[in-house]
Design a protein around this ligand. Structure first.
Ligand code: FES
Length: 106
């Protein structure tokens, strides 16, 4: 089982911001939206762009390369040219710290 990776203090991230962290070799983007935290892989399923550098529109992130949209809460693809959902990751808050782990290979 993969280990939980410490990301950031929960109060250090403002709503609408994100931070990138390496989790077992994968780049994971942790977003804060309306006070809740969500973790998605920082890789667009269309052509591999770093999705977190795109514009956040409500709870959707817009890929900066070709404009595909994904729900940050669920990873669900919302708009072509991507057709596959983006990976999401388990996330928890421990002692005021945000932690994520990669459970995809368990
Ligand atoms: S790489 Fe994201 S839409 Fe093409």
């Amino acid at each position: 089982m993969s280990e939980w990776v410490d990301v950031i203090a929960a109060d250090a991230l403002a709503d609408g911001e994100n931070v990138i962290v390496d989790v077992d070799g994968s780049e994971v983007a942790v977003f804060k939206i309306d006070g809740q935290f969500y973790a998605i892989e920082d890789v667009c399923t269309h052509d591999g762009a770093e999705i977190a550098s795109g514009e956040l529109d409500g709870d959707e992130i817009v890929c900066p390369r070709h404009g595909a949209r994904f729900c940050v809460r669920t990873g669900e693809v919302k708009c072509p040219p991507a057709y596959e959902n983006i990976a999401t990751f388990p996330l928890r808050i421990v002692d005021g710290r945000v932690q994520v782990r990669d459970d995809r290979w368990e």
